[in-house]
Ligand binder design. Structure first.
Ligand SMILES: [Zn+2]
Length: 307
């Protein structure tokens, strides 16, 4: 059975499909939206982990959120994720036909099949999702990973969150536990950037330790401020460049170039050479345009660069 963290990693890695070109390139929202609707039904006792009905309540909850997050040519089709979640390994959909036993669902369900089509959680998700606290963590994970800009609408605000914990720029880092907070965010960023520092390009992989990561996953806008675990709010950075970015000594800008704090440029000692050479160097981007850092997040960093 997966641990909660392992289960959340699988939610971060849903095979959602990436569509569109240029500025319209985006991940399809359907699978995470359907899972949020399922969490609603479980919370309200309208479903159990062993029996999630294909029903109007589920469709309505999917649609309500879909209207909030839809992009470009996305279509309101809850039947698609109800079927295609079957490929994720923790979801099994079945249809009952008259007088016979349940059979695996072989295609997307029809509206007319309400009452005949059900899904159940398997592979340990059935046990994990029976617990309300776990459901809340999964809801938060789905929203912060797939719909961070709509977190206010999709999640009730956490009760004890201080109003705005945005750190003031300065030499003190925000001490964000970047790598401890979300192993799933880290894994996703490291994969997207193919283990390479977005500043210096260092990539170290040891064949005998394939899981040992040299790069960190750094949030652009700190999670405490943004509650945003979408890959477009992250960068893979080596330890040195992560340290320097967290202290606002270097910053990536919306021009997709690196910028170096004026305070360093004035020193001109050989010790800072490594950082100084970053000035105006191109940000090393992931191959997949849908995961390129968001320009707003880059601007947030650049605005805080020490002058
Ligand atoms: Zn580096």
């Amino acid at each position: 059975m997966p641990s909660i963290d392992q289960a959340i990693e699988r939610l971060y890695d849903l095979n959602v499909g990436i569509v569109g070109v240029g500025g319209e390139r985006h991940e399809r929202p359907h699978k995470p939206l359907l899972l949020l609707a399922v969490l609603d039904l479980l919370d309200e006792g309208l479903a159990t982990p062993g029996s999630i009905p294909w029903c109007q309540e589920l469709r309505d909850r999917f649609t309500a959120r879909f209207e909030v997050v839809r992009k470009h040519d996305d279509q309101n089709t809850p039947e698609n994720p109800f079927f295609y979640l079957g490929s994720e390994g923790f979801w099994q959909a079945e249809v009952t036909t008259e007088g016979s036993q349940a059979a695996p669902l072989a295609r997307t369900p029809l509206v007319g099949e309400i009452g005949k089509v059900f899904a159940r959680l398997i592979d340990g998700f059935d046990v994990l999702l029976a617990v309300p606290e776990t459901r809340w963590r999964m809801r938060e994970a789905l929203v912060s990973r797939y719909f961070p800009t709509h977190a206010g609408v999709l999640l009730a605000p956490p009760a004890s969150e201080s109003a705005d914990s945005e750190p003031s720029p300065g030499l003190l880092a925000e001490d964000e536990p970047d790598d401890g907070r979300s192993p799933a965010f880290r894994r996703k960023i490291v994969e997207i950037y193919d283990h390479q520092c977005a500043a210096c390009g260092l990539r170290i992989r040891l064949p005998e330790a394939p899981d040992l990561n040299f790069v960190d996953a750094a949030h652009l806008i700190p999670f405490a401020t943004s509650r945003n675990d979408h890959p477009t709010n992250g960068l893979a950075l080596c330890k040195n460049h992560h340290w320097a970015m967290d202290r606002h000594l270097i910053a990536p800008g919306p021009d997709q170039l690196w910028h170096v704090a004026g305070v360093l440029r004035e020193h001109r000692s050989s010790g800072e050479k490594e950082l100084l050479e970053l000035q105006n160097r191109r940000l090393l981007m992931p191959h997949e345009p849908a995961f390129h850092p968001h320009s707003e997040a880059l601007a947030w960093r650049l605005e805080r660069l020490i002058s």
